[in-house]
Design a protein around this ligand. Structure first.
Ligand code: AHG
Ligand code: MN
Ligand code: MN
Ligand code: MN
Length: 334
């Protein structure tokens, strides 16, 4: 008989052991910040599970800076995160999809990290009970800064950690602190995230593509030519289509199964749809840490220097060989 595991590796234990390995260089502040984020994920997860029962589905009645109608869960998740991150004492600047301006934390609670986040990703899927998530990226303020907007207007390659939590058939937190990617699953009875996916690496090639092809009439020629090449391949083995419409879920599947996820800029959405700071950067960071590629089609996403906190960018990410195939079309198709 298989006996239960008596040596569970919780998220906190795992992150702490990393810090211990780093020795004197680590103060434990990042561990405490990650712990605060973990608690927000559990708090949001429990509300997501009960949403239909406690009147948490539907619109909140306000519009955010992106021009999107906010759902009740967008607003609630944002409030949960802002409160917890401020109270952690470890943050200096917060940027949220749902807040027009960045929050500069007052001196009494100021720390040295900045968190950029999408509190609830995949809002359009909430009411149908389809997977949704939370995305976050973390920068450290520069040594001479007290926390200013410049501390987050930096390339994604300068992030010290990034991750997401997916609220799906299981609740998974996926995290990188710059030394690979690890995945944890919430054991609801324990209230702990347990290491279940150590050292996630994306297969070098997949068999799945994930685009909102309803936008094909707007796509630029290289994207349509690439999509045609995987749907009508010369080897007679076309790719499968999977598109959930929650970036967290589509990226999670891509990290585990391989393939390519894309949300390109097009003739209608000149800069694409996904937001650079709190959607594209964290996911690009995780993708690269897992051995994949993340590009706009013409540039490495993590190299972009943001001008505005809510700017958007074109996104393609996934298995190395699949993204390289797409890049050939960007080079060759006018
Ligand atoms: P959010 O719900 O945080 O506003 O993000 C929605 C994003 C992202 O999750 C997803 O990849 C994309 O929008 C889906 O867009 P379409 O509905 O246009 O396909
Ligand atoms: Mn939104
Ligand atoms: Mn989103
Ligand atoms: Mn969102």
């Amino acid at each position: 008989m298989e006996t239960p595991n008596t040596n569970l590796i919780t998220l906190t234990r795992h992150v702490l052991s990393d810090q211990i390995r780093l020795g004197a260089a680590a103060t434990g502040d990042l561990t405490l910040l990650l712990n605060a984020i973990e608690v927000t994920s559990k708090f949001i997860a429990t509300n997501v599970r009960k949403a239909r029962l406690i009147n948490l589905v539907g619109l909140a009645g306000e519009t955010n800076v992106q021009g999107e109608e906010q759902k009740k869960l967008d607003v609630l998740s944002n409030d949960i995160m802002v409160n917890a991150l401020r109270a952690s004492g470890k943050t200096a600047v917060l940027v949220s999809e749902e807040l027009e301006e960045a929050i500069i934390i007052e001196d009494a609670q100021k720390g040295k990290y900045c968190v950029v986040f999408d509190p609830l990703d995949g809002s359009s899927n909430i009411d149908a009970g389809v997977n949704i998530g939370t995305i976050f990226g973390i920068y450290k303020i520069s040594p001479d800064s007290k926390g200013a907007i410049e501390d987050v207007l930096r390339p994604g390659s300068e992030m010290v950690a990034a991750g997401y939590t997916m609220y799906g058939s299981s609740c998974n937190l996926v995290l990188s602190t710059g030394q690979g990617v690890n995945g944890y699953t919430l054991d609801a009875s324990l209230g702990e995230f347990i290491l279940t996916h150590p050292n996630i690496t994306i297969p070098t090639r997949g068999k799945i593509y994930s685009f909102n092809e309803g936008n094909s009439m707007y796509f630029h020629p290289p994207v349509n030519a690439y999509l045609k090449s995987i749907k009508y391949p010369t080897n007679g083995k076309p790719y499968s289509a999977r598109y959930i419409g929650s970036m967290v879920a589509d990226v999670h599947r891509t990290l585990l199964y391989g393939g390519i996820f894309g949300y390109p800029d097009d003739k209608k959405s000149k800069s694409g749809k996904l937001r650079l700071l709190y959607e594209a950067f964290p996911m690009a960071y995780l993708t690269e840490q897992a051995g994949g590629i993340a590009t706009t089609g013409t540039q490495r996403i993590l190299d972009i220097n943001p001008k505005h906190i809510h700017e958007r960018c074109s996104v393609f990410l996934g298995s190395r060989d699949d993204v390289q195939d797409l890049l050939k079309f960007y080079k060759d198709v006018p």
